[in-house]
Design a protein around this ligand. Sequence first.
Ligand code: AMP
Ligand code: TRP
Length: 333
Amino acid sequence: MKRIFSGVQPTGNLHLGNYLGAIRNWVRLQDEFEDCLFCVVDLHAITVWQEPKDLVANTREVAAAMIAAGIDPERNVIFNQSQVSAHAELAWIFNCVARLGWLDRMTQFKEKAGKDKERASVGLYAYPNLMAADILAYKGTHVPVGEDQKQHLELVRDIAQKFNHDYGQEFFPQVEPLIFGTATRVMSLKDGSSKMSKSDSADNSRINMTDNIDGIARKIKKAKTDPEPLPSEAQGLDGRPEAANLVGIYAALADTDVEAVLGEFGGQGFGAFKPALADLAVAKLSPVQDEMRRLMDDAEHVDTVLHAGAEKANDLATMILQEVQDLVGFLRP
Ligand code: AMP
Ligand code: TRP
């Protein structure tokens, strides 16, 4: 059986990288896979401080983005993680399966904890174990994510393998990462060597899904570039990270590849390319953004979708969790 699972953190500033690298791919996968779960991972969000009222609003915002992008809540399960207790319960078991040495290698923890890792939350460190629980609570088999999640998914495979070995049964599947499309790693508009991120303090570094038309155009106009015209072949983008990023974004939005974009714009400067990119971004994003705004004004509807999703998810996860409890040796009534 094939089952898709993926998640986004409700930490605010949902951006173009989340859309092109993750959510838009999920919309496509729902036609290929019958069984898809898409989760707003609020337990992951609180591994760094979240203002409670912002967390509520951001949870609805991510759910609204999923629905607005075209994920059908009737055919798929859309829910927020904290409403299905199996995630936290299985995560605890995985805390006892995963080894410190494995978590020590996680680059995302090092990046997020920064220099002062003594002050990072224990949750931030154990984050990948919870991610393993998210997927394996449903025996998920395929996980569509951006490039930055590759290392975490390797850890999920290690946890499944060790659990199966320790408890003597091929119980959990080996998950397959699905990292595809031309925008698996969208970079900051201000620095082509760092990834576009929700937590960047510079708002100009990213296009937020809630930015208006003028905001999108302004950020693209101000994006960092170099003085050279665009090359005619992809090789010519080597060593030009900002140019490569903007061309990559154009290709992803236009649903084409980098070569085709350079075929059209090769030899032209950014004075011509940036307005074309801004027009394309506005044309592709505004319909999604309009629908997102409409949904965010209808909190009741979004909450109903999340509630129904949590019920379906809970039914699926409870069955699997009970089998896990039996394997581990937890006495059940
Ligand atoms: P997060 O913002 O960490 O909750 O990420 C949610 C999803 O978006 C994950 O699948 C990430 O891999 C993906 N993602 C986040 N940032 C980017 C980016 N800059 N480019 C492409 N995908 C991204
Ligand atoms: N760690 C992922 C991110 O930051 C979010 C996430 C949590 C996730 N649980 C998941 C993604 C399970 C895929 C599957 O992007």
